[in-house]
Design a protein around this ligand. Structure first.
Ligand SMILES: [Zn+2]
Length: 253
């Protein structure tokens, strides 16, 4: 039975029995995985501060054939992202990243770009400013990887270039922009041409440089509203971290 070493970001930790932990994580090479760390609640040596949500870790795994639950024998902490842990808002945003990955990717789904995206997004959130931009850019890019790219180049009805549309509307049901004459049967979300341009950059620029993008106030509001509604539609519900972030906003501004 082979053992292997993987890097991963821990998405969720659950206590199992008295001392075992079930760890949900996204690994660099094997995608989304779930493993059991026997006795991890008591073992100080094998998992030093390692098995906590959001940690970037290196895990030694033992994989049984025909079993989706791997055994985690050892863990080593690479980065606990301390800047996120001491900031309630960043913590909520990072938790949203984990929840969204769990909604869009099943155990066994492999995709290297998901690992790169969450790792780079957590690093940017940990180190820098521009929390809102990082939060939104993560969402747009993860949706694209999951097969829900926003269509922003031209009107989905008549093909008119997006930059030439006077008053573009985004259709939640069709995931793309329309001109006013072409969108039928739904109201659509109004987006300024600058916002469309900015969203296109947010998808096309390389990581981690993309996190240098800054939204104007109007762009930020439009993008936030669009992504909240679109993500909710794709996932069929509002995620728990969204409630948490809203409560923070209401209580602390
Ligand atoms: Zn049109």
């Amino acid at each position: 039975m082979p053992s292997k070493v993987v890097e991963g970001i821990i998405l969720q930790v659950k206590l199992y029995g008295e001392a075992d932990l079930i760890i949900d994580f996204f690994s660099s090479q094997w995608g989304r995985m779930r493993g059991i760390a026997k006795g991890a609640k008591k073992s100080k040596k094998r998992f030093v501060h390692c098995l906590e949500p959001l940690n970037w870790v290196r895990l030694t795994l033992f994989e049984k054939q025909n079993n989706s639950l791997v055994r985690i024998d050892q863990g080593e902490l690479i980065n606990p992202f301390p800047g996120i842990r001491k900031d309630y808002k960043k913590w909520g945003q990072a938790s949203y990243f984990c929840e969204m990955i769990k909604e869009l990717f099943a155990i066994g789904d492999t995709n290297e770009s998901v690992f790169e995206l969450i790792k780079e997004s957590l690093q940017a959130l940990d180190q820098g400013k521009g929390d809102q931009e990082i939060f939104n850019i993560f969402q747009i890019r993860l949706l694209k990887i999951a097969g829900y790219a926003l269509f922003l180049t031209s009107c989905l009805g008549c093909g008119k270039k997006a930059e030439a549309i006077d008053d573009p509307l985004f259709s939640l049901s069709q995931g793309g922009v329309f001109c006013r004459g072409c969108l039928k049967g739904e109201k659509g979300i109004s987006l300024s041409p600058g916002t469309i341009q900015c969203l296109r950059q947010a998808v096309s620029m390389a990581l981690p440089q993309v996190f240098r993008i800054r939204f104007s106030r109007t762009m930020g509001e439009e993008i936030e509203q669009l992504l909240q509604s679109f993500s909710c539609r794709i996932m069929g519900k509002e995620l728990g971290s969204v409630h948490y972030l809203r409560q923070l906003q209401e209580n602390y501004g």
